[in-house]
Design a protein around this ligand. Structure first.
Ligand code: SAM
Length: 245
């Protein structure tokens, strides 16, 4: 069984720095450059604060299929911590079956989403999240699980603008709703983010969408046939060759 534990408050890296440590930590790890702070508000959240914030919704972070979207995900400080917690839940429930453990770990990955404006940050974010999954499952770069996970992350962690809800290529951002249907197969339906964001207006009395049928707002833009891990890995290979979905 893999060594994997949920980070607890008080564990190394999750304790607030003392006053003496604070300035060094902020200067060295939470900011890449003053220019980037001025241009993009880029200040990364330290691990102890991430853990404290996630503790506010602890039950959700420990549910394998709860969905989290980080609309300014940076290099993934929150998403990495959420994935660690979900994987700890996978280990508790499915640690005794290698097949279930691997598929529920992939499902945990499928339930985290991010948007990031800057190309280097989104690349780091995908790499950081993938490293956590690969470390948990003990898989190497190039393995089928690694490639399937790369495909999921290419879909779920979007290089784009959370304010305009468009990708860096100017297309509307869509998110995949993944689900595990058992026997090693995953389903996927895609939804436009701007439509999902309308859900709050939808419930407001007298709003433009109050009269609209929910089904009109929540129609998937695309539905995929159930796919195995091997088939998801093939999609990653196709994307490497420059083929679009
Ligand atoms: C304050 S940092 C937080 C990063 C990460 N959430 C964390 O806590 O470590 C804000 C991040 O949002 C990104 N960002 C700024 N404007 C954005 C936008 N309109 N859409 C998506 N990301 C944006 C920046 O590039 C930066 O990485």
């Amino acid at each position: 069984m893999a060594e994997f534990s949920l980070a607890e408050p008080g564990a190394p890296g999750v304790r607030p720095p003392t006053r003496g440590q604070r300035r060094t930590a902020e200067q060295t790890t939470h900011v890449k450059s003053r220019q980037r702070v001025a241009d993009h508000g880029e200040v990364f959240t330290p691990p102890w604060m991430v853990e404290a914030m996630l503790d506010l919704v602890r039950a959700e972070t420990e549910r394998i299929d709860s969905r989290f979207l980080e609309p300014a995900c940076g290099s993934g400080n929150f998403l990495v911590a959420i994935l660690r917690r979900k994987l700890a839940a996978v280990e508790l429930r499915y640690g005794r079956s290698e097949f279930e453990r691997r598929h529920y770990a992939l499902l945990a990955l499928m339930c985290i989403y991010g948007i990031e404006l800057l190309p280097d940050n989104i690349a780091e974010c995908r790499a950081n999240v993938l490293e956590v999954l690969a470390g948990y499952l003990g898989v190497d770069e190039g393995s089928e699980t690694w490639r399937a996970a790369s495909h999921v992350l290419a879909v779920n962690l979007v290089h784009g603008d959370a304010l305009t809800m468009r990708t860096h290529e100017g297309e509307p951002i869509t998110f995949a709703e993944w689900g595990y249907v058992g026997k090693g197969r995953f389903r996927r339906r895609d939804f436009r983010l701007d439509m999902l964001a309308m859900s709050s207006s939808f419930s407001m009395e007298g709003s433009l969408f109050a009269q609209a049928g929910k089904h009109e707002l929540f129609n998937p833009t695309r539905t995929y046939p159930p796919a195995t891990q091997a088939e998801l890995a093939e999609k990653a290979d196709a994307m490497d060759l420059g083929e679009r979905e």
